[in-house]
Design a protein around this ligand. Structure first.
Ligand code: AMP
Length: 471
């Protein structure tokens, strides 16, 4: 049986209004009796932003949109499909993928137990989740490579300092299921293209970590080199010597950096297959005119990398450029297998959005401005306010943004707001206009007003703003 339709008459509305009023009075009385409670909190400190977290306000959104749109266009051009993975994952995913001994897993993860007692973690990066998704959805059975791009917040409990946040955004490109060195070069070219589109000068720093076997042989040599100079190492590097010796190469400490120049270099330890792979990556980059700098000290922090690794630095080779790295990535041929999938070669990169924004600002780069409404809608009185909403919908259909302030009654106050917002025209709807079916258009600069039929207002404004006329 279909439900009976309720016919709403004006009389019914009036009765309802009365009963609403009645209910309001009852509510007020009830509110008075419990009013003391919220007051008790008044003296309490207002909630603060957590350390290392930021609000991204409307005035900054033009930077965010610009970066997002550029990344999305590149993804379309190179055929990378958008993927979104959950922000929360099993802790074990990151421990297995990123590596037990890495800074991220040792010190930086937001890990806690949920109410069911499971250990979960706010993702510190997205590559592990994407490899997990590849396995979860059996994507091995799709045509390879499977190419993704993503955008979203990452979480690392780092010491907040300039350019380091605890929640920060990354976008990235990942291609799984193909071991061609040309795919590495494509990934690097996309990262490079992104900065070309932004008009930001960068350098691509590149190195190869080879296979786990060649890397192991290199690690042994590296440890023996540093062990004989242990006394000159910083405290952190003394610990790294046993746990994560490759990280000795990118330590910021003066003493450690001095030792680095004489240290063995990984390229000399690459097996023939890895050397060949690396040469082909460089050849393809040369062919595509993508400039790069060979950096024998670049190791990246995470366990899952194999073969090609790279970082994007603001122009320059110095320490400052390194500390302000805009992004990084490389090949991770073992990751999918480490997560229980079948052996699947893969390559990708991540770029830090806040770092790009800060670079855009310091380079005073031209970024499309935040779009502001050119029309302010002023209404005078209850009837006009109610009528206004229907007109808002008319303007929305014509894609003309409007600003308004419904809580203001006086025209003067509303015109002041319109001025502050930089509106070109203010539409004025008063009691008289509601009855007449008209509306006023006020040219804010000239101060001239004209009366227009409400039915024609959208078309009039379209003409004035030189917008294409709606049917
Ligand atoms: P990673 O894979 O850790 O090298 O991160 C890739 C990029 O993300 C870096 O080059 C930075 O641009 C950005 N990034 C990493 N950690 C942070 C952070 N704590 N705050 C802001 N951006 C970050």
């Amino acid at each position: 049986m279909s439900p009976r339709k309720k016919v709403v008459t004006k009389k019914a509305v009036k009765t309802t209004r009365k009963s609403v009023r009645g209910a309001k009075t009852a509510k007020k009385t009830a509110a008075k009796t419990v009013a003391a409670k919220p007051r008790a909190d008044r003296g309490a400190k207002a909630p603060q932003l957590l350390r290392g977290m930021r609000d991204i306000l409307p005035a900054d959104q033009n930077y965010w949109d610009y970066i997002y749109d550029t990344a999305r266009e590149l993804a379309r051009d190179f055929n990378y499909g958008r993927i979104e993975t959950p922000i929360l994952e099993e802790t074990n995913l990151f421990v297995r993928a990123v590596g037990k001994e890495t800074d991220i897993v040792q010190k930086e993860m937001y890990t806690f137990q949920d109410t069911s007692g499971e250990s979960i973690t706010l993702r510190p990066e997205a590559t592990a989740s994407i490899a997990r998704a590849y396995v979860t959805h059996g994507m091995l059975n799709q045509p390879q490579p499977v190419k993704f791009w993503y955008w979203g917040p990452m979480f690392r409990h780092e010491r907040p300092q300039s350019g380091r946040y605890r929640q920060f955004y990354q976008f990235g490109f990942e291609a799984l299921g193909e071991d061609s060195p040309v795919l590495d070069a494509q990934i690097i070219m996309i990262a490079n293209d992104f900065f070309k589109e932004m008009g930001l000068p960068i350098t691509v720093q590149i190195n190869s970590l080879g296979t786990p076997e060649s890397r192991q042989a290199f690690k042994t040599e590296l440890v023996s080199y540093y062990r004989s100079r242990r006394g000159q190492l910083c405290e952190d590097c003394k610990k790294r010597l046993n746990k994560n010796p490759l990280r000795l190469l990118d330590c910021k400490d003066e003493g450690c950096r001095g030792l680095r120049n004489e240290a063995p270099q990984i390229v000399d330890w690459l097996d023939d297959g890895s050397k060949n792979h690396f040469m082909k990556v460089l050849e393809a980059l040369d062919e595509a005119d993508v400039p790069y700098v060979m950096n024998p000290f670049l190791v990246r922090g995470l366990d899952y990398y194999t073969q090609t690794v790279f970082e994007i630095w603001p122009e320059g080779d110095d320490d400052e450029a390194r500390q302000n790295a805009l992004g990084g990535g490389g090949r991770y041929d073992l990751l999918v297998e480490m997560l229980g999938g079948r052996p699947t070669p893969a390559t990708g990169f991540a770029i830090g959005v806040e770092r790009v924004i800060s670079y855009l600002r310091s380079a005073e780069a031209k970024v499309p401005a935040v779009e502001k409404p050119e029309i302010f809608f002023a209404q005078l009185g209850e009837q006009a306010r109610i009528k206004a909403l229907a007109l808002f919908e008319e303007f929305r259909k014509a894609r003309i943004p409007l600003a308004e302030a419904f809580s203001k009654d006086s025209l003067k106050a509303q015109l002041e707001i319109a001025n502050k917002l930089g509106a070109q025209y203010t539409l004025i709807l008063g009691q008289k206009e509601v009855l007449d079916g008209t509306i006023l258009i006020r040219d804010m600069e000239a101060g001239i007003q004209e009366i227009v039929d409400q039915k024609k207002i959208v078309r009039q404004i379209q003409k004035k703003l030189n917008k294409p006329l709606a049917e």
